[in-house]
Design a protein around this ligand. Structure first.
Ligand code: SAM
Length: 230
C-alpha cells in the first residue's frame, strides 16, 4: 500500500494528525530530498527510514518500488513541500501502483495553489491549474491558450521570472485582466496581492521579488467586469 502524504508549504503547524501517524507507521518514507524530509520528521520526533525518490531517479526505480508495494510493503511518499504529484514527483509511482493493483491513499493536506486561488477573490467554482510554464519551447503557445480560457487559471512561478511572466501575460490577456500574486503562503512574510496585471507589474517591478509565488489570473469572460481595489 502507498500513502501519498502532503507536508507543510512553510508553516510546520500545517500537517494533519493522520499524516504524522502514517509517517510514523509506514516502513519507509520515499522522499524527494531525504535531508529536507529528515529535518521535517525530526521536528515531529519520527524515526522512520527515508529513501530517495525524486525527479532524477523516479524513472529508474519506479517499477522496483511498485513491485515492493505489490509484494506487501507499506510506504509513504512525500515531496519537499505540499502534495506529491502536484508539480512534484509522484505521478509515475501512483500510476504504476494503479496499474499493478496496489492500493493508493492520498491524504488531504497542504498544497500552494488552493489557498492562493481561494484568497485571490477570483472565481474558483471552475479553474485551470497549469503549474510551471515551459521556459522556452511551447511557452508562447501555452500563454495564448491560457489567455483564452473563460475561467480562472493558476500558475507556479519563480520570483526571478515573475516580472517576465507578468509582461507576457499583459501582452496576451491585456493590462486590465484581474489577477493575484500569492507569495510566501503560510510563512512570516506572506503577501496576497489581488490587482490587475498592470498594477501587479508596477508593484512587483518596483522591488526585489523574493520567495515562492503562485500567480492566479481571472478568466477571459467572467472576470472582465470585476473591479479590483488596490
Ligand atoms: N507540491 C507543491 C504543492 O503541492 O503546491 C508544489 C511544489 S513546486 C516544486 C514549488 C512551487 O510551488 C513554488 O515554486 C511556488 O510556485 C509554489 N509554492 C510552494 N510553496 C509556496 C508558498 N509557501 N507560497 C507560495 N507558493 C508556493
Amino acid at each position: 500500500m502507498l500513502y501519498v502524504v502532503p507536508t507543510p508549504i512553510g508553516n510546520l503547524e500545517d500537517i494533519t494528525l493522520r499524516a504524522l501517524r502514517v509517517l510514523k507507521e509506514v516502513s519507509v518514507v520515499l522522499a524527494e530530498d531525504t535531508r529536507t524530509s529528515r529535518r521535517l520528521l525530526d521536528h515531529y520526533g519520527i524515526k522512520t527510514p527515508l529513501r530517495a525518490f525524486h525527479a532524477h531517479n523516479e524513472h529508474a526505480v519506479v517499477e522496483k518500488v511498485a513491485a515492493e508495494l505489490a509484494a506487501g510493503a507499506i510506504m509513504a511518499l512525500v515531496s519537499d513541500a505540499g502534495t506529491p504529484g502536484i508539480s512534484d514527483p509522484g505521478f509515475l509511482l501512483v500510476r504504476a501502483c494503479v496499474q499493478q493493483g496496489v492500493r493508493v491513499e492520498c491524504l488531504p493536506g497542504p498544497t500552494a495553489f488552493v489557498p492562493a486561488l481561494v484568497a485571490s477573490g477570483l472565481p474558483c467554482d471552475t479553474f485551470h491549474f497549469d503549474g510551471f510554464l515551459p521556459h522556452k519551447k511551447g511557452r508562447q503557445t501555452r500563454l495564448k491558450f491560457l489567455a483564452e480560457l473563460p475561467y480562472t487559471f493558476v500558475l507556479y512561478e519563480s520570483p526571478f521570472r515573475l516580472i517576465k511572466c507578468l509582461d507576457e501575460l499583459i501582452v496576451v490577456c491585456g493590462p486590465d485582466r484581474p489577477a493575484c500574486v500569492a507569495r510566501e503562503l503560510t510563512k512570516m512574510f506572506e503577501e496576497v496581492k489581488p490587482a490587475t496585471l498592470a498594477e501587479l507589474r508596477a508593484h512587483f517591478g518596483a522591488k526585489d521579488v523574493k520567495g515562492e509565488i503562485v500567480l492566479v489570473v481571472g478568466g477571459k469572460e467572467k472576470s472582465q467586469n470585476v473591479k479590483v481595489k488596490m
